[in-house]
Design a protein around this ligand. Structure first.
Ligand code: S3P
Length: 419
C-alpha cells in the first residue's frame, strides 16, 4: 500500500486569497495550492494592493481589511478560469478599475455568464476583444442589490456574484438550479458572513445579507485537492499501485467527491475515513485498491460533482469491462480545452472505441494494450489522465505537453515516476 499526499485544493486556495483581504484581522493560511493558477490569483491580489507574507514552509499571512486599488497594468489570469471569473466579481464590487486578461486558452473561454448579471447590478464592464471573452475592463462600485437565477449550476458564477455583493455592500440573492461546489459558502460561513442557504427542488437558494459585523480572518489549512488525488485513486483502482494507495489529508467536500461514487458504481474498492474539518471543509483519507471495473451509464445529475474528473473517468472507462456512457456534460466543452473533443480524439488515436456525443461520449472498454501520442491541447487534466493510463503494463503513451500540468500539480511527473 502506497501512502500519497497531494497539493492543497486549488478552488479553496483561490477563494482564501481573495476573501482574506476583506476580513478584519490577520488571516493565516497553510498548504495553499502551489500551481500556476493560484499563483495567478496571488499576483493579481498583490497588484490590487494586498500584501501576502510567506511564513515558514507553506504558510501565508494576509492582513485585512485592505482597500483595494486599481492596478497599474492589466491583470494576467494566465490559464485560470477561476481567477478570471471570481476576480471579475470581486473588482465589480469595489470602486476601482482593472483590466483582466489571460492566455490563449482562457481568452477563448466564456465570460458572458459572469459579465451579464454584474452589468445588470451596475458594474461597467467593457469587452476589449471578442464579445463575452477576455480581455475585460471592469469598473466597479456603486452596485445595486443582486438578484439572479443562474442559467446552469456553476460555482464560479455563484462565487463572483457573492464576492461582488460583499465588496459592494449590497445584498445578494441567487438561485442555482443544481448543486455546484460550495467552497465559497463554507468559507464565508467560517468567516461569520450572514449567508443563508435553502434547498429548493434539485437546486439551492442563497441569500447573503449585509454583514452586521466585520468578517473574521481565516485560520485555514487548505485540504489536499480531491481533483489531484483522483489521478492516484484511478492508478490504484487500475492496479498501478501494487496492493493499493492511501491518499491522506484530502478534501472530502461532497460537492467534489462524485468521482468516488462513480468508482463504487463501477465496482471499485474505495474506503474513506474522516479526519475532521478545516474552516468548514471536511477532510479525510481515501483508500483504493485494485479490482476489475465495469462500464457504467453515468446519471446526468451526478455531473456537477464530478465534471473535473471526466478525463480520468474516461481513461478508467477505456480499461473497464463493457461500455461507459457520459451524458449531460456539455459544460466540458468550455473548460481549459473542449474536453469532449480532446478526450474523444485522443481515445481514437490510441485505438479505443469512443463515440463523441454533443454532451458527452461513449467509451468501449478493453484490456488491449494502448500506444500512441496524446495531444493535450495544453489541458492539464488531459495530460495527467492519459499519463495514468500510460503507466499501465503494456501501454506506451507519449504526452505532447508535459509542462501544462504545472497549473494545478507541479511535481506530478516526479511523483508518478516514484510511484
Ligand atoms: C471551479 C468550479 C468548476 C470547476 C473549475 C473550478 C471553482 O466550474 O470546473 O475547475 O473553483 O469554482 P463551474 O464554475 O462550472 O462550477
Amino acid at each position: 500500500m502506497q501512502t500519497i499526499s497531494v497539493p492543497g485544493d486549488k478552488s479553496i486556495s483561490h477563494r482564501a486569497l481573495m476573501l482574506a483581504p476583506l476580513a478584519h484581522g490577520t488571516s493565516r493560511i497553510t498548504g495553499c495550492a502551489p500551481g500556476a493558477d493560484v499563483a495567478s490569483t496571488a499576483e493579481a491580489m498583490k497588484s490590487l494592493g494586498v500584501e501576502i507574507r510567506e511564513v515558514g514552509d507553506s504558510g501565508l499571512e494576509i492582513d485585512g481589511p485592505v482597500r483595494l486599488v486599481s492596478p497599474a497594468a492589466p491583470i494576467d489570469c494566465g490559464n485560470s478560469g477561476t481567477t478570471a471569473r471570481l476576480l471579475t466579481g470581486l473588482i465589480a464590487g469595489q470602486p476601482i478599475t482593472a483590466t483582466l486578461d489571460g492566455d490563449e486558452s482562457l481568452r477563448r473561454r466564456p465570460m458572458g455568464r459572469v459579465v451579464e448579471p454584474l452589468r445588470a447590478a451596475g458594474a461597467a464592464i467593457e469587452e476589449r476583444g471578442e464579445p463575452g471573452r477576455l480581455p475585460l475592463a471592469v469598473s466597479g462600485g456603486g452596485l445595486r442589490a443582486i438578484r439572479y437565477e443562474l442559467p446552469v449550476a456553476g460555482a464560479q458564477l455563484k462565487s463572483a456574484l457573492l464576492f461582488a455583493g460583499l465588496g459592494g455592500s449590497v445584498p445578494v440573492a441567487v438561485f442555482e438550479p443544481g448543486h455546484s461546489r460550495d467552497h465559497t459558502e463554507r468559507m464565508l460561513l467560517a468567516m461569520g458572513a450572514p449567508l443563508k442557504m435553502e434547498e429548493v427542488g434539485n437546486g439551492r437558494r442563497l441569500r447573503l445579507d449585509l454583514p452586521e459585523r466585520p468578517l473574521r480572518p481565516l485560520s485555514l489549512h487548505v485540504p489536499g485537492d480531491f481533483s489531484s488525488a483522483a489521478f492516484w485513486i484511478a492508478l490504484a483502482v487500475l492496479g498501478g499501485c501494487g496492493s493499493g494507495a492511501r491518499l491522506t489529508g484530502v478534501g472530502l467536500n461532497p460537492g467534489r467527491t462524485g468521482f468516488l461514487r462513480v468508482l463504487k458504481a463501477m465496482g471499485a474498492r474505495i474506503h474513506t475515513t474522516s479526519a475532521g474539518e478545516s474552516a468548514g471543509e471536511p477532510v479525510g483519507d481515501i483508500e483504493a485498491g485494485p479490482l476489475e471495473v465495469k462500464g457504467l451509464k453515468l446519471p446526468a445529475e451526478w455531473m456537477p460533482e464530478l465534471l473535473d474528473e471526466i478525463p480520468i473517468i474516461a481513461c478508467i472507462a477505456s480499461r473497464a469491462v463493457g461500455i461507459t456512457v457520459i451524458r449531460g456534460a456539455s459544460e466540458l466543452r468550455l473548460k481549459e480545452s473542449d474536453r469532449i473533443a480532446t478526450l474523444c480524439s485522443n481515445m481514437s488515436a490510441l485505438g479505443v472505441k469512443c463515440v463523441e456525443l454533443d454532451d458527452g461520449m461513449e467509451i468501449v472498454g478493453s484490456g488491449a494494450p494502448r500506444s500512441g501520442r496524446v495531444r493535450t491541447e495544453g489541458d492539464h487534466r488531459i495530460a495527467m489522465a492519459f499519463a495514468i493510463l500510460g503507466t499501465l503494463p503494456g501501454n506506451d503513451i507519449e504526452i505532447d505537453d508535459r509542462a501544462c500540468v504545472d497549473v494545478s500539480y507541479p511535481g506530478f511527473w516526479e511523483r508518478l515516476a516514484e510511484i
